[in-house]
Ligand binder design. Structure first.
Ligand SMILES: Cc1cc2nc3c(=O)[nH]c(=O)nc-3n(C[C@H](O)[C@H](O)[C@H](O)COP(=O)(O)OP(=O)(O)OC[C@H]3O[C@@H](n4cnc5c(N)ncnc54)[C@H](O)[C@@H]3O)c2cc1C
Length: 402
């Protein structure tokens, strides 16, 4: 029996694991090389919108994740004093985009993806480096601690500091600082009764959302120089910056311990890559198009990438390389547009000029009164995305049908 073509995936984050599941279903023999000792994401939440949930449908995971939707009732955008600028509801969101917005813990998503892979596919403690991107008639080569591996397809899913990207496009400037830092925490908040919200202040934002398991996911952002750290602890810094904001912010701060608060500066890729592929290598997720989290789309786009890549990465010998051009054509314009929009939203929600903020808040209120809430409209063209038809053209290729 002929051997399945080999796909090596560098990076076992959301994008890498989603690609592994999608390519495995397409008939590729996949191996995930993850440099960390275990598949442990940062202890934070992630929001998945209807676009990535439809992508997850392609790999059989959509309904499982939709079942974790916890947001019910109202939600929207507020001012630090608690005034609603733009108000919508989970039901309107679901109706507009054909499904819910799901907030879940990152570990739940990683575990669900990994559970769909056969035993032994994921190799942890395996820092990998691209040695040769390969080409028509020549496999790609990747070095690992266990020796060099060859493959008909390599996926660079190694995140924002991607070394695979650096090897393919050494002239690319890489990520830039987005101008703000973020804090995240996931904590129990017994008895809390609040509407899901994001609150825009002056150069600062805060969000609080319920998770399915009873905990809450809260995040904050502030415009500060890169590389800073709190003088005492990050929880105390949050109290200083947000302690007088509306409920439930003080309650979240009171419940969080210093060690529950994670802080990360945000970077993004400002100059789009020339392509998302070269030779037999495809880039996806943050490696290809890291964006600010202001639309909550970085992970969503990584999942979309994964199923679109599996659609174009034809396992038949002689077709893989040409298929990757289709992947770039399908993904680069969309992710570039969403990334630019996320940068634009960061300019708005991290604004510091007082007159600018007055204008911003008045415009949001007016636009939201005139139709669907602005925060819902910001998902137009994003959350309504659908995966390619017949994601696996297996009837033509003769490979396994999912
Ligand atoms: C504050 C914040 C909030 C966010 N909120 C959301 C949200 O709500 N919704 C959303 O969709 N997105 C969100 N994002 C964006 C999202 O986190 C990223 O877009 C997503 O995690 C990218 O996934 P990835 O798999 O491409 O990269 P990563 O998650 O970074 O995974 C890369 C993996 O590659 C591994 N790796 C790196 N180098 C090597 C190597 N040489 N060899 C082997 N392995 C290697 C790393 O260890 C890592 O496991 C947020 C981001 C931030 C910063």
């Amino acid at each position: 029996m002929a051997q399945s073509p080999r796909a090596l995936i560098v990076g076992g984050g959301i994008g890498g694991l989603a690609a592994a599941v999608a390519l495995h279903r397409r008939g590729w023999a996949v191996t995930v090389l993850e440099r960390a000792r275990s598949l442990e994401p940062v202890g934070a939440g992630i929001s998945l919108a209807p676009n990535s949930l439809r992508a997850l449908d392609v790999i059989g995971l959509g309904d499982e994740i939709r079942g974790l939707a916890a947001w019910q009732g109202d939600g929207g955008l507020r001012t630090p004093g608690g005034h609603w600028l733009s108000r919508g509801s989970a039901a309107v969101m679901a109706e507009r985009f054909g499904g819910p917005l799901v907030l879940l813990h990152r570990a739940t998503l990683i575990d669900s993806l990994a559970a769909r892979l056969p035993e032994g596919v994921v190799r942890t403690a395996s820092a990998a480096a691209l040695v040769d991107p390969g080409g028509a008639g020549r496999p790609a080569r990747v070095s690992t601690p266990a020796g060099e591996l060859e493959a008909e397809l390599v996926v660079g899913a190694d995140g924002i500091r991607s070394a695979v990207r650096g090897t393919l496009f050494p002239g690319h400037p890489g990520p830039v600082y987005s101008g703000f830092t973020t804090w995240r925490t996931v904590i129990p908040l017994p008895g809390a009764d609040f509407a899901s919200h994001e609150t825009w202040g002056r150069g600062r934002i805060w969000g609080t959302h319920p998770l399915d398991d009873g905990r809450v996911y809260a995040y904050a952002g502030a415009r500060v120089p890169a590389g800073g750290r709190a003088a005492d602890d990050e929880r105390a810094e949050l109290v200083r910056l947000f302690g007088d904001w509306h409920d439930p912010v003080p309650a979240v701060l009171a419940a969080a311990r210093p060690e529950d608060v994670l802080r990360h500066d945000v970077h993004h890729i400002a100059e789009p890559l020339p392509a998302f592929h070269a030779g037999r290598v495809a880039l996806l997720g943050d490696a290809a198009h890291a964006m600010p989290p202001t639309l909550g789309q970085g992970g969503n786009q990584a999942i979309e990438d994964a199923v679109v890549l599996a659609h174009h990465a034809d396992p038949r010998d002689g077709r893989t390389v040409e298929g990757l051009a289709g992947y770039t054509a399908a993904r680069k314009p969309r992710t570039t547009g969403i990334s630019r929009k996320a940068v634009g939203v960061a300019r708005l929600n991290m604004m510091r000029s007082r007159p600018g903020i007055m204008l911003r808040d008045a415009a949001i209120t007016m636009v939201s009164k005139a139709g669907p809430a602005l925060f819902l409209r910001s998902f137009d063209g994003i959350a309504d995305w659908r995966p390619p038809r017949s994601p696996y053209a297996s009837d033509e290729t003769g490979v396994r049908v999912p």
